[in-house]
Design a protein around this ligand. Structure first.
Ligand SMILES: Cc1ncc(COP(=O)(O)O)c(C=O)c1O
Length: 393
């Protein structure tokens, strides 16, 4: 008999794989599915970006193993991008490496910064990968509740004890926040960095939604804050910004030892991102059309957001108005707390797939997440299905 290792049997099922499986089952039972469950952009990257990739794919010499640290052209482009978009201008090539998207980078950073028995602070609710991977190497989770009461941006000293802050080794930070969309101001994030420095914490910042925001200014890169270069590593991803979740490319930037630790783990595990993709992304970041595309993409999400919020308000549902990211975080009506049962009942009755709040952490219970990666016609249908379900229940 084949027996898998305990670290695998202990792993919780991956939320988004479960959501996909539930949708597949409902579809095979004859339901017409409307999917607002997963944050996977429905749009393609624009044609000019795909043409750049095609040119790079055709280039002779770009098909061998990539450099472990990343293609120098992409690393240089990433440094310029950080300066241009976020005012981060004190970095050099020692501060940056390519990743196979943020998920891979976050997963491989965990063993570089945490020993078994160390504790780490992770937001709850959050993208599940932070805590799952850190737990898997035997580190202990201290969960930081992000709730409507603390506006998803808690004062660390209010929510955590001095002992928890002093004994933890790492804190994960993700703003714009998945799932609430919270995008706090500079003063709040500076307090997080200051508190991390006082307590000798490594800050792992996940800026996967750097280019999707609803105000005038982009989100804050933690790397732009005072003292950040002493303790921060930040993950940037092209997945959501450029509608290319399938390309698997991003970069990490920050303290050179943290970047070196990550690269050292990666060197033993993967062999980097296809050079054609890395060079294509270097060209995209430097292209005069880049900012125009990012701005158009934001406008599309802003229109979808309005569409959803208008109906949620009509239905009397409580939601958090997002400052960024591609989600709407809503409270389940009628004070129902069991989000998984509620999501299943909704799916079975209507074919509408949403993300149950519990999947993002204990403090997500009682809430659900709608993803805006859905075309207008499907959003309208989803809102109608939600309204029908609420009328009947
Ligand atoms: C907060 C957060 N970080 C990282 C990722 C994964 O991004 P990537 O495609 O770069 O691995 C996601 C995907 O949903 C996310 O929500």
């Amino acid at each position: 008999m084949v027996r898998l290792a305990k670290r695998v049997t202990d792993l919780p099922p991956y939320l988004f794989a479960q959501i996909d499986e539930a949708a597949r089952r409902a579809r095979s039972n004859g339901l017409d599915i409307v999917h607002m469950g997963i944050g996977d952009p429905d749009q393609d990257p624009p044609e000019w970006i795909r043409r750049i990739l095609a040119e790079e794919v055709m280039r002779s010499g770009s098909h061998r193993y990539p450099s472990y640290k990343g293609h120098p052209q992409l690393l240089e482009a990433a440094l310029h991008y950080l300066d241009r978009r976020f005012g981060v201008n004190r970095l050099n090539l020692d501060n940056v490496c390519t990743t196979i998207g943020s998920k891979e980078g976050l997963a491989n950073l965990a063993p570089a910064v945490l020993n078994p028995g160390d504790s780490f602070i992770a937001p709850d609710p959050s993208y599940p990968v932070f805590a799952t991977l850190a737990r898997q190497i035997g580190a202990l989770e201290v969960s930081l509740p992000l709730t409507a009461d603390n506006h998803y941006a808690p004062n660390l000293a209010d929510e955590l004890t001095e002992y928890q802050l002093q004994s933890a080794r790492v804190i994960y930070v993700n703003y714009p926040h998945n799932p609430s969309g919270c995008a706090p101001d500079k003063a709040y994030l500076q307090n997080v960095v200051d508190c991390a420095r006082q307590n000798d914490l490594i800050v792992v910042s996940d800026l996967a939604y750097a280019e999707i925001y609803y105000g005038a200014e982009p989100p804050i890169s933690l790397l732009s804050l005072d003292g950040a270069l002493e303790c921060v590593i930040e993950f940037h991803s092209f997945s959501k910004s450029f509608n290319m979740t399938g390309w698997r490319c991003g970069f990490a930037a920050g303290h050179p030892d943290l970047v070196r630790g990550l690269t050292q783990i990666k060197t033993n595990i993967d062999s980097g991102v296809f050079n054609a993709i890395q060079v294509a992304m270097a060209r995209v970041l430097a292209d005069p059309h880049c900012d125009e595309f990012l701005s158009d993409n934001r406008l599309m999400y802003a229109k979808r957001l309005d569409r959803v919020l208008t109906v949620l308000a009509q239905l009397g549902l409580e939601y958090n108005r997002p400052g960024g990211a591609i989600y709407v975080w809503c409270r389940i009506p009628n004070g129902d707390r069991d989000s998984i049962a509620w999501a299943s009942a909704l799916l079975d009755a209507t074919g509408l797939v949403i993300g149950p709040g519990r999947g993002y952490g204990v403090h997500g219970e009682g809430w659900f997440r709608l993803s805006l990666t859905t075309p207008d016609a499907d959003i309208d249908r989803a809102m109608e299905l939600l309204a029908q379900f609420m009328r009947r229940n």
